[in-house]
Design a protein around this ligand. Structure first.
Ligand code: FMN
Length: 398
């Protein structure tokens, strides 16, 4: 049989596309729909289409007018990278260390409550992803069974709002249990002594406890309220039955355990300095993803003063609005040791469970490596303040 030139060419093309050696198949986009998502925003869009609308709003919203929420993203645009040329960047090393432990890359998983609103058994799915992706996890708790399997993450911190610090017995019980479980740090969130008005959830008459199980809806898609359900409201004067934690409490915690104590929610030089004096092991510059006090500015804006005040005595971490490798690079250049993500991994979780969380970490890691290479830095230790400048800012004026 003789072949026309056109048939021969088409046969060759089919052979090439089918050849695993050339990896041509992956360009057909057939195998795994997750791999067609190019960045974390693609995950956000998919998550929104999958989630119950009230769960989406709970995930996405900020406090009050959401000014801080928007600031967290917009402020990155006021920082400009200053790439260097002709450096050898053929291999990029993202590894660094934090509190005497190796970080494979400087991205950590922030604590988030309500994960079951996004995926069944969400906390454990995220812990599995942290283990598989070698990421530092700040857990909200409830992963003891998984940890007992021996397959848990190697590096994890326990998050608390400080309720356990109220009495000596509860404090000791808390720290001893964590030490036994192999916890690597205690992260106290200090910006949530009162919960802000999240007005999307208030309009939605959202019940936070729904996230302990799942959003209840009837066959007509109406939300079902049970007796005892307390929808989020604005007309409650803020009161707490117990005094909220103070500097004395965190000092007591520090004295009661060998574990590092990390404060999450620091936004000022004053509190950074005070954290050092109080013996804290690290701080996280955070505005709770713009979900608590509004009008506090972006965390990337607060970072420089906090880094300066900590003056190299303790590591300064930061979270809030990190979505791109360039965002991370800017924070590292301003002196952060690592950056935390909240919503991005929840988008991954909502779409694909554990796999999605790992893919989000991969995407951000790959972007960071690529951006470092293009900026002329091959190692984290080579990143310094000269890598960024503020737009419209004279030399030394900001
Ligand atoms: C749905 C959701 C729930 C959260 N719950 C908590 C929490 O219980 N404790 C806490 O310290 N921070 C909580 N955060 C804040 C995150 O730890 C983190 O500071 C923030 O999400 C980072 O900003 P990003 O979402 O823009 O990445 C939550 C954030 C989200 C989105």
């Amino acid at each position: 049989m003789t072949l026309t030139r056109r048939q021969a060419f088409s046969n060759l093309l089919r052979f090439l596309l089918a050849s695993p050696l050339l990896g041509a198949q992956q360009y057909l986009g057939a195998a795994d729909p997750m791999m067609d998502l190019a960045n974390v925003f693609d995950f956000a869009r998919l998550a929104r289409s999958k989630l119950d609308p009230v769960a989406w709003d709970y995930l996405d919203e900020g406090g009050k007018d959401e000014v801080s929420l928007r600031d967290n993203r917009e402020a990155f645009n006021r920082l400009v990278l200053r790439p260097r040329i002709l450096k050898d960047v053929h291999q990029i090393d993202l590894s660094t260390s934090l509190l005497s432990k190796k970080l494979h890359y400087p991205i950590f998983i922030c604590p988030t409550g309500g994960k079951n609103c996004f995926y069944r058994n969400g906390e454990e799915e995220v812990a599995r992803a942290a283990a598989a992706s070698n990421a530092l996890l700040v857990t909200s708790g409830g992963i003891e069974q998984f940890l007992a399997s021996g397959k848990g993450p190697k590096n994890w911190w326990q998050y608390t709002l400080g309720g356990e610090l109220r009495s000596k017995p509860t404090l000791l019980n808390f720290t001893e249990k964590l030490e036994d479980l192999g916890c690597a740090g205690i992260c106290i969130t200090v910006d949530s002594m009162l919960v802000s008005h999240r007005e999307r959830s208030i309009h939605n008459k959202f019940v936070r406890e729904w996230c302990d199980k799942e959003i209840p809806r009837d066959t007509q898609d109406h939300l079902i309220y049970r007796s005892g359900d307390l929808p989020w409201r604005t007309d409650v004067y803020p009161e707490r039955p117990f005094p909220t934690p103070t500097w004395d409490d965190v000092r007591r915690l520090r004295d009661a355990t060998q574990l590092p104590v990390i404060l999450k929610g620091v936004l000022t030089a004053e509190d950074s300095e005070r954290s050092v004096r109080a013996g804290m092991s690290a701080i996280i510059v955070s505005n709770h993803g713009g979900r608590q006090l509004d009008h506090v500015g972006a965390t990337i804006e607060a970072l420089p003063e906090c880094v300066q005040a900590a003056s190299g005595k303790i590591p300064v971490l930061v979270d809030g609005g990190f979505r791109r490798g360039t965002d991370i690079l800017k924070a590292l250049a301003l002196g952060a040791t690592a950056i935390g993500i909240g919503r991005p991994y929840l988008w991954g979780l909502s779409c694909f469970g554990q796999r999605g969380v790992s893919r989000i970490l991969d995407l951000m890691r790959i972007e960071l490596a690529l951006d470092m290479g293009m900026a002329g830095v091959a190692r984290i230790s080579e990143i310094d303040r000269k890598l960024v400048r503020f737009r419209n800012c004279g030399e030394g004026t900001c």
